[in-house]
Structures are given as structure tokens and as C-alpha cells.
Design a protein around this ligand. Structure first.
Ligand SMILES: Cc1ncc(COP(=O)(O)O)c(C=O)c1O
Length: 404
């Protein structure tokens, strides 16, 4: 995330760890707090900053959670996760993603945050480096740091507002300390889906340099048009062996606050991840796991309806962005984000995001939060109603005008 001040260095008393002292705050959280303060003063904020669905979990899933509670299912469960759930996840991965997985490869976690956290701790020793292609979801950096690792952002280039995957730059940054590459497709914030050739390039680097691939696939079900979500693990057993997939029900089933995710790795690695899960959280919430079984059994219709809705909203945002003077962008191939490049005349993304909030009451995320090479961009989330999106872009047009 943008370099906010880290925790103040402690000079006396029992001291915090150096890792804790080095941890920075999130600029995204900061701007949300500022929006909340403006809302308290009576400003009607239009929220295009949210990184989560505006839908609720499918009713059948809510009912399953309540039934599980009524049935008294509130005890600890196996730190790997419920067998029935691991079976559903393995089956889903095999049938929907063409990646043959068995339940002993699956570990149920507290969201993909939990999956990423145990993955980092499982593969990193102090000082080990993790390559993170820009633009990237900010918390990767912090999660790597919390595990004692060193996050190495890899700058990317945007042509006409569309970011290319920085394959060559990635290769140039490999050192003797490099342990892993993090990839995220479909990508937050760009909405891009990695092509088979780009996935192959990552796999080849990992094979050549004995690296792990941490593949964040949380937006895998949210792809549009011709875009196809492919897991890097489908490129062959030798690639799958060094890949740790992280995923969750958060975006797929609109269950962000339920905190349920999973990792998929080869069985011996999954055993280690399950131990780490055990000593981190004991197990993710038992009745949420039961509800998740129902999500995989009966939630797909709802997922498709949400996807259709995001598709329409994404098209609306693309139409509205095309009217803004000097703005360059690539229509999103997946996720619920658009990531346009704004003209230099408006200031950089951070300056313009602050102006948008203060002068138009529109909350968007500054590109700098996703890496230095994205500083001229803004992330607009379209996980909100078309009415809010239209009003937000009306306000933006009043601020910057319309292209001739
Ligand atoms: C790319 C990406 N990965 C992971 C997460 C974490 O999601 P969760 O822990 O809810 O699965 C998010 C949330 O915004 C995200 O955008």
C-alpha cells in the first residue's frame, strides 16, 4: 500500500517486534475513514471504493448457517476443514477449473487472507524475497512482511490505460533470495485476466529458478465475455506441485464478512498449511463451513445472477469513462473494478482521488495503493447500483467536463 507512517519506533519499555514496528497502515482504509467523516458532516458520499460485493449471501446459504447453529454445530472442527467442504472444493476445482484436485490438497481458511498468511509463513524464511507484479492488491506486501519476508514490487507499464504483465521485469528481479511469485488473475485492481502465454511465462520462471507460485484466484468466477479464468496450476503437474492457490467464498458468493476461504496445494504442503492454520486460528468457524457446503451445492444460480449484474455495471462504467476527456482505460475482463489512467493535468491518482472525495463526494481508490507504476490511475469499484454509478459519473463530469 502507499507508504503511510509505520508504527513509531519504540525507545523504552517492552518493545514490539521489528516486524510489527515496520508494518504500515492502509491508505485505502485512511480514505474510507475520511469519507466516513464527511458523511457524518452530512455529505452524501457515493462509494466507488468498496472492494466487496454489494449483494448479500444467497438466502439458501444464510438458512444453512442458521440451521447448523440450531443443530448445535458450534464445536471445533478439523484444522484442515470439514471433509464435506473439502470434497466440494476439490470437486469444484476439478470440474469448473479443469484442475484435478483431491480433498487432501484442500485446507479451509479464514478467507483468502488466512490462506495467504499461512502460505507466506510456510514458504518464507527471514529475508526471503517475493516478487509481486504491479498493479497488485496492497495487503500482499504486508502479509509478506509479517512473515519476515521482503516484498519486491515489479513495475509494469500501461499502454493506453491497459497494463501489460511485466514478465521480463519479473525475470530481471530474481535473486538468490527469491522464493515466490504472487499472481492474481483476474486482477484487483486492473480487472485483467492473464493470458495462457503470460501464465506460461510465470510457470517457466518458477520452474527455472525453483520458485513457488502463489496464485490468488478470488475473482476466478467473475469473468466477462470471451475472458476465461485459467489457473496456472493447469499448466502441468510440475507447475501444480509448486503452486499454492488461494481462494475464498468472499467475492464468489458475496460472503466477505463470513471469513471463509481455502488454499489448494500438493498434499504434503497442504498438511503443513493445515498445521499452520491450526496454530493460527484452530479452525475457521464451524457453522460457516457447513453453510459453505450449501453454497457449493446450491449457490451457483445466485453467482451467475451477480456476475450478470457486474457485467452490466462494468459496461456502464466503460461507457461513462469513455466520455471523460483524456482518460484511458481497458474494459474490465473480470472482477468488479475499472482502473483508468487519468490525464496528468488532473494531478496524479492520489491528488485527484482526494479532489473527487472533497469536491464531488465520490470515493475511489488512488492507483498508488497498487504500486508506484499505477500512480496515474484510479480504481473505481462497480460493486454498487447503476443509480449510484450514474450519479457518481455525473458528478465527475461536472468536475472535469466531457470529451469533445
Ligand atoms: C485480490 C484479493 N485477494 C484477496 C482478498 C481477500 O479476500 P478474503 O480474505 O475476503 O477472501 C481480496 C479482498 O479484497 C482481494 O481483492
Amino acid at each position: 500500500m502507499t507508504a503511510l507512517p509505520s508504527a513509531p519506533a519504540q525507545t523504552e519499555g517492552a518493545r514490539l517486534s521489528l516486524i510489527a514496528q515496520g508494518l504500515t497502515g492502509s491508505s485505502v482504509v485512511e480514505s474510507r475513514r475520511r469519507a466516513d467523516r464527511l458523511a457524518e458532516q452530512g455529505v452524501r458520499i457515493l462509494d466507488l471504493g468498496a472492494g466487496e460485493p454489494d449483494f448479500s449471501a444467497p438466502p439458501v446459504v444464510v438458512e444453512a448457517a442458521m440451521q447448523a447453529l440450531r443443530d448445535g454445530n458450534g464445536q471445533y472442527v478439523d484444522p484442515r476443514g470439514l471433509v464435506a467442504l473439502r470434497e466440494r472444493i476439490a470437486d469444484m476445482e476439478t470440474t469448473r477449473h479443469g484442475h484435478p484436485v483431491t480433498p487432501d490438497q484442500v485446507v479451509v481458511t479464514t478467507g483468502s487472507f488466512g490462506a495467504l498468511s499461512i502460505a507466506c509463513r510456510a514458504i518464507l524464511d527471514p529475508g526471503d524475497e517475493v516478487l509481486i507484479p504491479e498493479p497488485f492488491w496492497g495487503p500482499y506486501r504486508n502479509l509478506v512482511q509479517m512473515s519476515g519476508g521482503v516484498a519486491v514490487p515489479v513495475p509494469a507499464e500501461a499502454i493506453d490505460g491497459r497494463f501489460s504483465f511485466p514478465g521480463e521485469a519479473l525475470a530481471e528481479r530474481i535473486t538468490a533470495r527469491t522464493r515466490a511469485i504472487v499472481i492474481n488473475s483476474p486482477n484487483n485492481p486492473t480487472g485483467r485476466v492473464l493470458s495462457p502465454a503470460e501464465l506460461r511465462a510465470v510457470a517457466d520462471l518458477a520452474l527455472a529458478h525453483d520458485l513457488w507460485i502463489v496464485a490468488d484466484e478470488v475473482y476466478g468466477e467473475l469473468v466477462f465475455g470471451d475472458a476465461v479464468h485459467r489457473s496456472v496450476a493447469t499448466l502441468g503437474p510440475e507447475v501444480a506441485r509448486r503452486t499454492i492457490i488461494v481462494n475464498s467464498l468472499s467475492k464468489t458468493f458475496a460472503m466477505t464478512g463470513w471469513r471463509l476461504g481455502y488454499s489448494i496445494a500438493r498434499p504434503d504442503v497442504a498438511t503443513v498449511l493445515a498445521r499452520m492454520n491450526h496454530y493460527s486460528v484452530r479452525c475457521p468457524t464451524s457453522f460457516v463451513q457447513q453453510a459453505a457446503v450449501t453454497a457449493f451445492d446450491s449457490g451457483w444460480q445466485a453467482v451467475e445472477e451477480m456476475r450478470q449484474s457486474y457485467l452490466g455495471r462494468g459496461q456502464l462504467v466503460a461507457r461513462r469513462l469513455a466520455r471523460l476527456p483524456g482518460v484511458r482505460f481497458a474494459p474490465p475482463e473480470g472482477t468488479f473494478y475499472a482502473f483508468p489512467r487519468i490525464p496528468e493535468a488532473w494531478g496524479d491518482g492520489t491528488i485527484f482521488a482526494a479532489r473527487l472525495l472533497d469536491e464531488a463526494g465520490v470515493l475511489a481508490s488512488a492507483g498508488r495503493s497498487y504500486g508506484a507504476s499505477a500512480a496515474q490511475h484510479l480504481r473505481f469499484s462497480f460493486a454498487t447500483s447503476t443509480a449510484v454509478l450514474d450519479e457518481a459519473f455525473d458528478r465527475i463530469e461536472r468536475l472535469v467536463g466531457v470529451a469533445p
